[in-house]
Structures are given as C-alpha cells and as structure tokens.
Design a protein. Structure first.
Length: 269
C-alpha cells in the first residue's frame, strides 16, 4: 500500500505557517485543524520540536525577560491561547484566526493520535492528576497508546536523572510529549531538550488538572468574551492574583502601543 503523503507535502502553505508579532513575540497564525495536522505529522515522524501555548502572561514574561523571550522565539510553533492574542492576530491580518488553547490541543491531538497510532507521553503534574487523566483518556480514547505518565519533582533533576528521563521518553517510542510544569518552567525545559527528545513537546500548563476534572473550564461564552482568566482567578485566587495583576495591565498597555504604532505607520505610509 502506498504510504500516506505528508500533510506538509500536501500543503506547503501550512508547512511554514506565518508568525505575526504580538508585543515582541512571534505567534503562529494558522487554523486550528491545519495546525494540529502539522503537529501530528511531526509526531508521526518523531521530529524533535517544541510548541509554546501562549497567553498574555507568557508574552509579557517574554517581553520583560529577554532570555525567556528567546526561548519563545525559537519555538517551532507558538499558539494563541486566549482571546486577546486571537484578537491581536486578527488585527495583524489573520482575519479568521482560531483560538488554539491547551485543553483543545490535548483532546484533539489525543483523538488524532489514537487514529494514527501515535503514542503519547504525559510528563509533569502530580500522581493524582495523572491517574484521573488516565481514567478519562482510557474512557474517551480507548485505543490511544499511552507511552507513559510520570510526574516530575519540583527540584531540578540531576544530570543522571535527566539523562535517564530522556532515555525513557525516547525508548517509549512516543511521538508526542505533553508537559505540565507551568510557565515558564515547561518552556525552558522543552528548549533545553530540543534535539534530545525525539518527539514533539507541547507545554500544556493548566490543561492537565482541567482534563482530570480537578478544576473546571469556563463556559464557551465566557471564553469567547476573553474572560476565562477571571474564571480561573476565582478558582485559584492565591496563586493567580499577582500574576494577573501585573501581566494583564502590561499586556493591554503594550498591545495598545503596538496598535497605535501600526496605525501611525499606515497613515504615514
């Protein structure tokens, strides 16, 4: 039987989706379905890639910390998680841009990986969350190949521990590695393991506890209005209030500044 033609070969436009500047970071502008097809194609071939699922907090961190900004810049894909980023991409010219959120990526990629027999490795979070995730995954995607699930300690791994982890992931045959270490730790981890982990690494942050049912996701209309951050703040005020109090006003300021500069540049030709 003739092998299936790569998605990248079928559609060279999707092969290198454009990345548009939002407050100094390049965010990928591509339809959700096309982007997940590209990710799965990479995973099928076990290419070493990493994907940042960006929200306003991540872009503000990247703006304020050049070293972290370089990590985001070097990512193979930076998805717009959160409506403010989607709105900015639309203003920049990506008229029909979808939101590409972590939980949606997790579920869609597991669905596609199940069909394509691409195994998935889940890394990070806590044992309880991973156990609940496994139960739901086995119920919703009974044929999904789960390469393994393991938490990581809060402390940095020793060199020996890290090398052992790399060997376990690569030896498992996983094409996708879904990581929940929180921002910016997970992005730094992925960048450090580029060309060492033979799989597509995706930083999914808070998607694990939501999928496990420990936290709840906002209703669709709340997400569409760009107010999911407030819904999350209500659930975790102690952890999130300081982050949102600093990152949201800064993002709004930088976004307005960028839009004004763009308008002035357009008027002046």
């Amino acid at each position: 039987m003739q092998s299936k033609t790569s998605v990248l070969e079928q559609n060279p436009i999707v092969k290198e989706p454009p990345r548009l500047d939002i407050i100094g970071s390049k965010v990928t502008a591509a339809p959700f379905d096309a982007l997940t097809d590209v990710i799965l194609d990479w995973a099928r071939r076990r290419l070493s890639k990493y994907i940042c699922v960006a929200n306003t907090h991540m872009l503000v961190e990247a703006h304020q910390r050049p070293s972290f900004g370089e990590i985001v810049q070097q990512a193979d894909v930076v998805t717009p998680d959160g409506m403010p980023l989607v709105w900015m991409l639309r203003l920049m010219g990506a008229k029909n841009q979808d939101r590409v959120a972590g939980l949606d990526l997790l579920q869609t990629l597991c669905h596609k990986a199940e069909k394509e027999k691409v195994s998935v490795y889940f890394l990070g979070s806590m044992d309880l969350i991973l156990q609940k995730m496994r139960s739901r995954l086995q119920s919703e995607y009974p044929d999904l190949v789960i390469a393994d699930m393991e938490p990581l300690p809060f402390r940095p791994l020793t060199l020996e521990e890290d090398q052992s982890l790399i060997q376990r992931v690569n030896g498992s045959g996983a094409g996708l590695v879904m990581i929940a270490l929180g921002c910016p730790k997970q992005e730094c981890w992925m960048a450090a393991h580029k060309d060492q982990i033979n799989a597509v690494m995706i930083g999914l942050g808070g998607a694990f506890p939501v999928y496990a049912g420990i936290q709840h996701r906002a209703k669709g209309w709340v997400r569409h209005m760009g107010m999911e951050w407030f819904y999350r703040l209500i659930q975790e005020p102690k952890r999130l209030w300081k982050r949102y109090a600093t990152s949201i006003p800064m993002f709004i300021y930088l976004a307005i500044k960028q839009i004004c500069y763009r308008c002035v540049s357009f008027v002046l030709g």
